[in-house]
Structure formats: C-alpha cells, structure tokens
Design a protein around this ligand. Structure first.
Ligand code: AMP
Ligand code: GLY
Length: 636
C-alpha cells in the first residue's frame, strides 16, 4: 500500500463539515492539516480534539496597516502555500472557508481543491453566495428545492465541475435557518463520500517518475520533482550519490535504451524526464511514447537540433534565424578548398554529430584549421560524429556568450532566466573545454533589449520552425548565444537542460517544477504559471584534480556542514554513496550553488561554501562570474 493521501481542510467557522470528515475516517487518507483564517474558529477545537495539526493563517496587524488588499492577500496565500507544501498536502477541501482563493493559487492546484456549497449549483452560486445568504436567496426566489453540491474549484467562483449533488425540497414555512439545517445534514453525508472517491482517483494518478541521467543537472531536477506532493516515487537511472537521498537509483546507463524501456514498463512509470542528450538523440522519448508513457523531452526528430549541427544550421538558414555563416562538408578536399578561400579568421570547425561537447575546434589560422580537419575527418578523433562537418565564422569571445533555457510545449516557449557558463578548464577562459566549470544567472549581458530580440528573432522562430518541419519541440530548449555587434546569434542549440546551467537556473524557479515539466509534455504551457525569483545565483563546480584529463576517484567528501546553510544548494555530479560515506566518482564532482539578492553576493557565498567542502584533489576555477562583474562595472 502506498502512503495515505494528505488532505488539508480549510475552515472559517464551527467546522461541522470537518467533523463529518473526521468521523467518516476516510480510507487511504489522512487529514494532515486544518487551516483557518480565524483564530477563534470552532473548527480548530474539533481538529485539536482529533489530534490533527492546525494552523491559523491570516494577515498580521502590521500587514493590515501597510499593505493594500491584493498585496495582502498574496502574502497570506504564499504563507498558506508554504504550509500546505510542508505538510505534503495533495488535496484541499474547503469546508466553509470564507476567503476566495486567487486564480493564481487555484491554477497551482488543478483538480486538487474541493468545495462544498449549500445549494444546487449553478444556481445560487458565485461571489456573495455564502452561508445564510444562500438560503435567504433560495427562499426569496421561491425555489421549490435546494440542496448541496460538491465541486472542483476553478478560477471561476463556484463554477468548477460538479462531483456530487443532492436535492433538498423546500417546505412551506421554511426559514433560512430551517432550510439550512436540512441542507447541512445532506452536506455531512455527501462531502465525505465525495472526498473519499476523489482521493482514490488522485492516488491512482500519482506520478511514478523516472529520471534518466546521473549528473548535477539530474540532481537539480530530482530535487525539484521530489518537492511535489503528488509524486508516488522517483526512480533515477543511473542517478548518483546525492540523487540517492531522494530517489531510488538503478545502475542502468542513460544510453541503454532497451534496459530503460523495460524498467519503465516493469515499474509502471507514468512520467519520464529524459535529461541527457544521447538518449534523446537516440529516440528514447519515442520509444516510451510507443509504450504509452509520457515524457519530458523532445522526440528523436526534434532532438536533431542538437544531434546534428548540419540539421541545426540548415534549419536556421531556412528560417532566417541569426547564426554564423557556414558551409557543410563530407569530404576533406572540399573542406580544404573552402578554407583556402577564407579571408576572415578564426574559422570554427565542428563535427556534425554528438561528440561529448568536444567536437568543436576554433582555428585561429589556416595551419590550425588543417590540423582540426585532420583530427575530425582523417583521424576520426570523434568517431562517426566527424563523418561530416560544419565550418563557420567565429562569432566572438566566450565572455560574450549567453545561455537561455526555455520550457517548450511544441507550440509555445517560455524562457527561463539567462545564464553564463564557463566552459574552459582554467581561470581567464584558458585551458581545454570542459563540461562546464561554473555558471552565473542571470547573465548581465542579457539586457531587456537583448532579451526582446532573442524572443523575437530566435526563440519563438525556432519553436515555430520545428513545428513547421513537423517535429514540434517539447522539453527544454537550450539556446547557446553569442552577443555580437550585430545582435544575438545562435552558436548552438541543445535539446535539454544545460549542465551546469540547470544547477544555477532551477534554484530561481518559484513555481512547482513538476507541473511545468508535465505541461511541456502535454502541450499546455499556457495553463500553468511560470514564476522565477528576482535573485542571482552562482554555481561553482568542484572537480577532481586533472579534469578534464586523467584524474583519480574514490576519495571521501567532507561537506563541512554546508548542506544545511540557507540559500546553498549542493548538487552531486560525480559521487557515489558507500554506506554512510559519499565518495568521488567522476571528474566533475559537485556543483555548489549559492542564491542571493545580487550577483556579487551570490559569488562570494558560493566560494565561501565551496571552500568548506574538502576531498583529495579538489579543484575549481576561482573566477566564476568575474567576467560578468567586469561587464556590470563597465556599464554602470
Ligand atoms: P559547442 O560544442 O557547439 O557548445 O561549442 C563549444 C564552444 O565553442 C562554445 O561554447 C563556444 O565557446 C565556442 N564556439 C562554438 N562555435 C563558435 C563560433 N562560431 N564562434 C565563437 N565561438 C564558438
Ligand atoms: N553547459 C553546456 C551544456 O550543457 O552543453
């Protein structure tokens, strides 16, 4: 048996409907919290008598003095939401709660708020129809019958789908009180059975989530998903030492599509989050869909935007999306001849296929280009990924790069805060390319003007282009941009969250992650709110000495207590858990993210936390965010 479904009952008055729910002993459910907006509500006594935790949530005298109505309501709702999430509430029952929940709140709890109304909706419902007023109105209208209705709450007051209704005849000589008493008896009967039936449905619909991948990015995703009360369980394939605290890890590689598919079917997975590029490009989402499993992530056809540089470049050319001029080659001689015609240098040579992020050569002169050509096409340093290549103009220095991640549902795209990755291994953007050594978000280069251009010239046109090509993009679209003198241009697309960009951007997300991932999969991003905090983050990657070259692993990690600090997020990348110990197991070991009001504070905090963590060979760049700070200084 899975855990009981947590219910919160919201009340303002005496709480006889709450008592009916308590007395009914709802099977498979637990009333985890009773909330009132009034400290003197009789319902609170009933809850305490039944041993149910209670909370009085209302505005403080200070807030009533200083805040206008809408702002005050928003503060109270936020407090309510926090409390509900802490109690892991999955269903809210309004049992005489005399506050109207905002459309924003209601959207965050779809089909998860029930209300009991003392009349036959849709008649005698809407704003103003509560308590005694309802019965007065029924009698004044000369109605022959009234009754009680249990319905789902939508943004339209008393207008949501009806789950149960029972009639009560109006008798000659009825007063509002006598009618109310008979209606109340019916309420007490239909509310518990309807709540119980709805709870059965919600328990069945709980998400059995599979997250494919095992790095810091996946840890950030799992953290967000695990915060959601309507998750049954999370399986991570293969996961890592940090993910293991929140999910069950299975030693299945992210590229072993057969094993992943079999696992999903065997365990009744009903929602998959495919995070890394390889399984997406190989078509895992299509295979899961064929098994009736919904996924967050693009299909194989849509993932070509990352899987083939030629595909991406030709798409941009066809749809007029700004990017560097380019040519594509399958033959060394032709590529060499083309390079001879070039008068502007550097030129950038790229393997067409996936090459672990290492198939890009920036050639400052013809000799370097010749060497890159040999590596790519003759020596096949990246295997078949270099069977064909793209050669393009160089767009500028890494300090001018911007990452923008966007939630996409096939038709719509909603951009997340921008970020700046630091791909080179050493301070000052020196040394070899890596998987990413640190990130800051948002990126100060991404001014409102640049953002508007990216939306208009790049993001929305890309989503529209993929839709027009018959492969709508659902998942996270990654725009790797260069801010050139001619405006923003695309360096590359990825078909997934960036790593480590996700570790810097997701801690800024205020809305629930899981409903967003589901909305992308289901093509209904317009129905959910996407809200981010106005704060800054800095992520520092701690690596094993030697990375991205050879390095040793298996060293114990001492976290120095930083995991407990507020606004510090430790994401595991290359770790494994052996008993109680966490050991290093990869090149990039941990991502340390700090969140603060301003970028300088976030950077200081991230390094303060990083420096308290110890393991043998621990290395990191010391200048994450330095280029961004310089930029801010020059432009202030
Ligand atoms: P990619 O594998 O496409 O992410 O490329 C790796 C890195 O190479 C990018 O993050 C850029 O820093 C750099 N790069 C790729 N293409 C260009 C270009 N056309 N101009 C300047 N830098 C580039
Ligand atoms: N951080 C770069 C990437 O995820 O490709």
């Amino acid at each position: 048996m899975s855990r009981p479904l947590h219910i919160a009952v919201l009340v303002s008055g005496g709480g006889s409907n709450l008592q009916a729910l308590i007395d009914a002993g709802l099977p498979g459910c637990e009333i985890a919290l009773v909330v009132s907006n009034r400290p003197d509500a009789g319902a609170l006594e009933r809850a305490r008598a039944a041993g149910i935790p209670t909370a009085v949530i209302t505005s403080t005298p200070e807030e009533r003095r200083t805040l206008e109505r809408p702002a005050r309501d928003a503060v109270v709702e936020k407090r309510l939401e926090t409390r509900l999430r802490e109690a892991r509430v999955e269903l809210i029952v309004l049992a005489g709660y005399l506050r109207i929940l905002s459309p924003r709140f209601v959207r965050r709890w779809p089909e998860r708020i029930l209300n009991i109304h003392p009349a036959l909706l849709p008649d005698f419902g809407g704003p103003g129809f509560y308590g005694r007023h309802v019965h007065e109105a029924v009698l004044a209208a000369g109605a022959r019958e009234s009754g009680a209705t249990v319905h789902l709450v939508t943004a339209e007051v008393d207008g949501g789908p009806i789950l149960a209704q029972e009639r009560v005849p109006v008798e000659p000589g009825d007063s509002p009180e006598s009618l109310a008493a008979r209606v109340l008896a019916v309420e007490h009967r239909i509310l518990p059975v309807t709540v119980a039936a709805h709870a059965v449905r919600l328990r069945k619909e709980r998400l059995r989530v599979m997250v494919v991948g095992g790095g810091g990015r996946e840890h950030a995703l799992v953290r967000g998903i695990a915060a959601d009360p309507w998750v049954d369980f999370i399986h991570a394939l293969p996961g890592n030492g940090g993910i293991a605290e929140l999910a069950t890890c299975f030693p299945i590689a992210a590229t072993d599509l057969d094993a992943i598919e079999a696992h999903a079917v065997e365990h009744g997975i009903n929602f998959a989050v495919v995070a890394p590029d390889d399984p997406l490009v190989l078509g895992l989402v299509d295979r899961l869909a064929a098994r009736g499993i919904r996924s967050f992530g693009p299909t194989k056809a849509a993932a070509r935007i990352e899987g083939s540089k030629r595909y991406a470049k030709n798409l941009m050319r066809k749809y007029g999306i700004p990017t560097a001029d380019f040519a594509e080659f399958e033959n060394v001689e032709a590529a060499r001849a083309y390079l001879h015609t070039k008068t502007v240098w550097p030129q950038v040579l790229k393997a067409d296929g996936l090459a672990l992020g290492k198939g890009v050569y920036i050639a400052p002169d013809p000799a370097a280009a010749e060497a890159a050509l040999a590596a790519l096409m003759i020596d096949r340093a990246h295997g078949d990924a270099g069977r064909s290549i793209v050669i393009e103009d160089w767009l500028g220095e890494p300090a001018r790069e911007i990452t923008v991640l966007a939630f996409c549902d096939g038709e719509r795209a909603v951009a997340m805060p921008s970020s700046m990755d630091h791909k080179r291994a050493l301070d000052g953007d020196k040394g070899p390319n890596t998987g990413g050594m640190g990130v800051i978000a948002p990126n100060p280069l991404y001014t409102p003007e640049v953002a508007a251009r990216v939306e208009r010239e790049i993001l929305q046109p890309t989503v529209a282009a993929l839709q027009a090509e018959g492969c709508p993009f659902r998942g996270c679209l990654y725009l790797g941009l260069m801010l050139t003198d001619d405006g923003p241009k695309v360096i590359e697309y990825n078909c997934r969250f960036g790593d480590p960009e996700a570790q810097a951007v997701l801690p800024l997300l205020e809305s629930g992650l899981l409903p967003l991932l589901e909305a992308c999969a289901d093509g209904c991003l317009d129905r959910v709110d996407v809200e981010f905090q106005e704060a800054a983050t800095c992520t520092v990657i701690l690596t094993s000495a030697g990375y991205p070259g050879r390095y040793q692993t298996g060293f114990p990690i001492d976290f120095g207590g930083v995991e407990e600090l507020p606004d510090i997020f430790i994401y595991h990348a290359g770790t494994k858990r052996i008993g109680k110990d966490i050991l290093t197991s990869g090149g990039r070991v941990l991502a340390v993210t700090a969140r603060a009001a301003t970028l300088p504070e976030a950077i200081d905090l991230a390094y303060e936390a990083s420096d308290r963590i110890h393991f043998e060979g621990r290395s990191c760049r010391r200048d994450i965010g330095a280029a961004a700070l310089r930029h801010l200084k020059e432009h202030s």
